[in-house]
Design a protein. Structure first.
Ligand code: NAD
Length: 268
């Protein structure tokens, strides 16, 4: 390993189980010398296996519902106490759509569910940055990353209202990134990841066929959760200090493809 995060302190949202992208980020951050607090919604802590990850990485776990400013405030205050200072990196790895979960078609959205999913998947990113910004909790040249998906730019019919949530999330990264950069020299980016077999990913209708299609469309193949973690570590390191307000595709080339030979072969 490269000691890329030696001495850095962070908060990692969204590790649920070993498949979670945030889980892999935590393991890689630990290997690279970082100290961090792990957090997830109270219900996820009851269902998930976060304690095992905490033990493995020498981290503490703090429950926080990412839609609650009160929870986020307590989380940030306690994290600074535990870690002994300001925060260098934050991962927002949170997504959930009630419409998707209840298999409600996009054209027939239940708007209470839409609002709930938007609050969890998009607005929570604003709330987290609101607390970090107003508490001046981030170190200079700190780095904040949220995970997103290309359905923010292009239509993937079964991604449902998560597409709209991701578009909003990416916009928040730009808008808040301006103020965080100007005032605190902190960078804010989104990483747009390939389809990945996790609890959230597999919940999308037709996921198995789709992940295979993306694999065949991408010249480098789909990016795995571990590869996403590696890229995220580089975004937390001092090697990417001037990258901010970007949506960064981490998808084996998929986003710039029209059609590939393996996909054409299926139609010839
Ligand atoms: N899996 C994919 O195909 C894929 C592709 C691109 C982007 N992403 C994004 O990556 C991120 C991580 O998802 P994942 O694939 O690792 O799945 P995951 O299911 O392991 O992670 C989603 C996390 O969101 C957490 N969460 C839900 N509601 C919450 C709340 N109210 N407060 C705090 N946390 C809450 C869950 O507990 C869970 O840990 C998400 O933003 C997802 O949209 C996933």
């Amino acid at each position: 390993m490269y000691n890329l995060l030696k001495g850095k302190k962070g908060i990692i949202f969204g590790a649920l189980n070993e498949q979670s992208i945030a889980w892999k980020v935590a393991e890689r951050a630990h290997e690279e010398g970082a100290e961090f607090v792990l957090t997830n919604a109270p219900i996820a802590l009851r269902m998930g296996q976060l304690n095992a990850l905490a033990e493995k990485t020498g981290s503490q776990v703090i429950a926080a519902d990412a839609t609650s400013l009160e929870d986020i405030t307590a989380l940030v205050e306690q994290s600074m106490e535990i870690l002994g200072g300001k925060i260098d990196f934050v991962l927002h790895s949170i997504g959930m759509s009630v419409n998707v979960r209840k298999k409600i078609h996009y054209t027939d959205s239940n708007y209470d569910f839409t609002a709930k999913g938007w609050d969890i998947s998009a607005l929570s990113f604003h709330k987290v940055m609101n607390v970090l910004y107003n508490k001046k909790a981030m170190s200079e040249w700190g780095s904040i990353v949220a995970l997103t998906y290309m359905a923010a730019q292009r239509v993937f019919p079964d991604y449902n209202d998560m597409a709209d949530n991701k578009a909003y999330l990416e916009s928040i990264a730009r808008s808040f990134g301006y103020f965080f950069g100007r005032d605190h020299k902190v960078r804010v980016n989104t990483i747009s990841q390939s389809p990945t077999p996790t609890t959230a990913g597999s919940g999308v209708k037709g996921f198995d066929g789709f992940i295979e299609y993306a694999e065949k469309m991408s010249p480098l193949g789909n990016a795995s959760a571990l590869e996403c973690a590696d890229y995220t570590i580089s975004m937390f390191s001092d090697l990417t200090k001037k990258v901010t307000m970007q949506n960064l595709f981490h998808d084996g080339g998929f986003s710039n493809m029209g059609v590939s030979d393996p996909v054409m072969e299926k139609f010839e």
